[in-house]
Design a protein around this ligand. Structure first.
Ligand SMILES: *Cc1c(COP(=O)(O)O)cnc(C)c1O
Length: 420
């Protein structure tokens, strides 16, 4: 049907107001430089686990101050290799959090171990060292901590507990690239690593992205050797060594490994991102400070704070609804105003993939709560999920956008006539 314009006869309908452009939650910061780097890798003729990966590993290790860095396909596969390389297997327990992206708990399941979920601290949302101490038992083979949405957890206390009990510490640093922690009076970057292994993610939701990708850092050369073996099918000779050899080499496969390789295309992008990271971090600090000013004093809203010994990279800006507001209603009202938000960090133990019997909590030697989904021992984790509100933060977010977010929150959280 041709679009015959007879609107002159139609009743006059007022034009809808022009909607304000919507503000997304997060955006990957990729541009021409990354595109040029990908092109360079593609045209080089070596597209997977070659020279770009080796260079990215060297540069990443130097950035975080780690002796060794091993690139893999994601943080999920990094976590799997960390647990496997430390010999965590069936019958073992791993002390970790339910309050994390589900990949943390899933990695424990991949090696056939059972996660023992420790609750998080009410103020930081990070793993509670007191709960870690309670969760360690005779079958504990590792402590898997998470630096929650970029904020370092209390490693000093957890490392002391771990050393006393002789248990290795793995850091899920998926969100914590560029975050820092004060150790013996000196600021050091997460990933040095302070535990045995730290695992990073380069998913587009994180501060540095290669599309997908991950990195393991360690100070232990033997662990690093294991990661390299396991990421490439357990193959005794790696491709770089084989291609560089003047003699015929036959490889062997002494154990079952995985294909967790990073491509050279991803690594080339990662090298550009790493060089730009200090600028990304500086902008996030400014934006976080701006939110702190704009949101101060809004009733029923708690703002994130850094303890004196930690600096987050502000990958996410998560406020907390402390006035008993309905989280879904608040998020919907913001969405209606063109502002995307996300709720607080999920809880693995509340997901259908994790029914009773697949996990334990710190009360598992008596409270019997793993028989029921409502676990009192994980109350703070659930509170963070149900009261947390992640606000937009990314490189395109302007000061005007931040004022719009603040104004919307003020309006949405204003006490109504009935409740006032
Ligand atoms: C994103 C994330 C992961 C998973 O990272 P991928 O690279 O997507 O596999 C694991 N743990 C935490 C805490 C995360 O935020």
């Amino acid at each position: 049907m041709p679009d015959t314009d007879d609107r002159t006869h139609a009743p006059l309908i007022p034009a809808p107001p022009i909607p304000a452009p919507s503000i997304p939650m997060s955006l990957p910061q990729l541009g021409e430089e990354e595109a040029a780097a990908a092109r360079r890798a593609i045209l080089s003729g070596w597209v997977t686990q070659g020279p770009e990966v080796a260079a990215f590993e060297r540069e990443f290790a130097a950035f975080v101050g780690a002796p060794h860095a091993c690139a893999v396909s994601s943080c999920t596969t990094a976590l799997h290799l960390a647990l496997a390389a430390l010999g965590v297997g069936p019958g073992s327990e791993v002390v970790t959090v339910s309050s994390s992206f589900i990949a943390t708990a899933n990695a424990v399941r991949y090696v056939g171990a059972i996660p023992v979920f420790a609750d998080v601290e009410a103020d930081s949302g990070n793993i509670d060292p007191d709960q870690v101490a309670r969760a360690i038992g005779p079958r504990t083979r590792a402590i898997l901590v998470v630096h929650q949405i970029g904020l370092p957890c209390n490693l000093d206390r957890i490392l002391a507990i771990a050393a006393e009990r002789g248990v290795p510490v793995i850091e899920d640093a998926a969100c914590a690239i560029g975050s820092e922690i004060l150790r013996d009076g000196e600021w050091v970057r997460i990933g040095r690593p302070l535990g045995h292994v730290a695992c990073f993610s380069f998913h587009p939701r994180k501060m540095l992205t290669t599309g997908d990708g991950g990195m393991l850092t360690t100070a232990d050369p033997e662990l690093d050797r294991r990661f390299r073996l396991l990421r490439q099918h357990g193959m005794s000779v790696n491709d770089l060594a084989r291609h560089g050899s003047r003699e015929v080499v036959f490889e062997s496969y002494d154990e079952v490994g995985y294909n967790y390789r990073m491509t050279d295309i991803q690594a080339a992008i990662g090298r550009v991102q790493l060089a730009r990271l200090p600028d990304f971090l500086a902008l996030r600090r400014e934006q976080a400070a701006c939110y702190a000013d704009l949101l101060a004093g809004i009733p029923g809203l708690d703002l994130p704070r850094e303890p004196s010994w930690a600096r987050t990279n502000w990958q996410s800006y998560c406020v907390r609804l402390s006035g008993g507001q309905d989280q879904r209603r608040v998020m919907q009202a913001l969405l209606d105003r063109g502002i995307s938000t996300r709720r607080g960090v999920m809880c693995a133990h509340l997901e259908p993939a994790w029914p009773s019997g697949t996990w334990r909590c710190t009360g598992h030697y008596g409270c019997g709560c793993s028989e029921e989904r409502a676990c009192a021992a994980l109350a703070q984790s659930v509170a963070w999920r149900d009261q947390g509100l992640m606000l937009p933060i990314h490189h395109r977010l302007s000061a005007d956008d931040q004022r719009r977010v603040a104004a919307a929150l003020r309006e949405v959280l204003a006490p109504t006539m009935e409740t006032a």
